[in-house]
Design a protein around this ligand. Structure first.
Ligand code: SF4
Ligand code: SF4
Length: 388
């Protein structure tokens, strides 16, 4: 498990293509108000290497710049920023994955996720078959004891967090060291939570053509907040179990239920909406492999949401045992593939937004340091931001 020697120096065709297109965009600058990519691009002349990875992960694939572009195919410059960025993003997930061995999972992510979910669900169905019969109605721990759940899920979740942290570290180092402040983190979290760069400059995402709409961004919001609430629901159940001596099953007013039910509804509706949008999306905006990875991730989220809600409504019936096995198998496969699938896109994009917040802060010239206009020496009013 060695670290990759020199990620910043690694040249790839996808990086070269992003750098080529950024050279054209940097001369054109027509799209500079659309998202964070173009202001970040304007701060540098060289867009190769780790800079290309950074810009690719700053792009949220809204598609607006593609439909605005006078150099898009059939023009010989063949500029298609969303597709070039999507291609490099997928490659960068594999390149920065830790440990490097499972990085091949990114290439066949759809098939790998489908197989893992099926195997994990089958394993849980087999292991939990017939358990819990005669236990209290709706008691999950009669089917799988709490200690066994912790022993199975905690190691795989801890490993996933470690692998993601190592991958982000590689991504950060490839783009160059940078000191960050709390203000940078605050600004980046605001952009990430509001999905500002998914707004296509305020008009919305392009889905099926040149007419933007707000739904892709909304479905992303629902999915994100649904997932966050479901996670908070599980975490609150753990706290109640260990620190308040209040084990499951919980009544409707307990925190795991208050958080979990709206979380499951949002996650299900958001994931279903994203799947429907993906089917209508212009294929020119992304690579086919990236679309397959995204589809595997979203279908897994949908299965998590649906089985979680079904457990809520059917927990006191005879199907609770098999339903719990399907849900736990899906959660297990989800944890296992988290560092090697589309899940990392949110983490890398947030890291790119932190870097962007830092660069934007640095590029602002403090008033006291601004050039003073003196007789015979005019200040150029059209000058762009100070370059590092
Ligand atoms: S995407 Fe096209 S229109 Fe937009 S800045 Fe680049 S070259 Fe110019
Ligand atoms: S976020 Fe949208 S406008 Fe910005 S580079 Fe990506 S596709 Fe183009």
């Amino acid at each position: 498990m060695t670290d990759t020697p020199d990620l910043a120096a690694l040249a790839t065709a996808s990086r070269a293509e992003v750098a080529r297109q950024m050279q054209i965009c940097n001369a054109c600058r027509y799209c500079e108000g659309l998202c964070a990519v173009f202001p970040a691009m304007e701060l540098r002349r060289d867009h190769a290497g780790g800079t290309a990875d950074y810009l690719a992960n700053l792009c949220h694939n809204c598609g607006a710049c593609h439909y605005d572009c006078q150099y898009a195919p059939p023009h010989p410059f063949a500029v298609n920023v969303p597709a070039a960025m999507a291609d490099l993003r997928e490659e960068s997930y594999a390149r920065f994955a830790w440990p490097s061995g499972p990085a091949m999972l990114f290439r066949r992510n759809g098939a790998v996720v489908a197989v893992l979910v099926s195997v994990a669900v089958a394993a849980f169905l087999f292991a939990l078959a017939g358990r819990g019969e005669g236990g209290a109605a709706g008691d999950f721990y009669a089917v799988m004891p709490h200690g066994a759940m912790v022993a199975v899920f905690l190691p795989v979740f801890a490993f996933a967090l470690l692998a993601i942290a190592m991958g982000v570290r590689r991504f950060w180092r490839a783009a160059g060291p940078l000191p960050i402040t709390l203000g940078d983190l605050r600004a980046a979290m605001g952009d990430a939570i509001l999905l500002r760069n998914l707004s296509g400059g305020g008009m919305g995402c392009m889905t099926a053509g040149e007419r933007p709409d707000p739904w892709r961004r909304r479905f992303h919001h629902w999915t994100f907040w649904g997932f966050a609430l479901c996670f908070a629901s599980t975490a609150s159940g753990t706290v109640l179990h260990y620190f308040a001596d209040w084990p499951a099953p919980y009544p409707w007013y307990a925190p795991p239920k208050i958080l979990g039910v709206p979380g499951g509804l949002l996650l299900t509706a958001g994931a279903a909406g994203l799947i429907a949008q993906r089917a209508r999306r212009d294929p020119a905006l992304r690579m086919a492999s990236d679309a397959r990875m995204g589809a595997a991730f979203t279908w897994t989220l949908l299965l998590l949401g649906v089985t979680g809600l079904a457990l809520y409504w059917l927990r006191a019936t005879p199907v609770m045992g098999p339903l719990l096995a399907v849900h736990l198998g899906t959660v297990f496969a989800f944890f296992l593939t988290m560092p090697y699938g589309k899940f990392v896109h949110g983490i890398y994009r947030t890291a790119a937004l932190v870097r962007h917040a830092h660069e934007q802060r640095q590029s602002r010239v403090p008033e006291a340091e601004a050039p003073v206009e003196t007789p015979g020496r005019a200040v150029n009013p059209g000058a762009g931001p100070a370059r590092p």
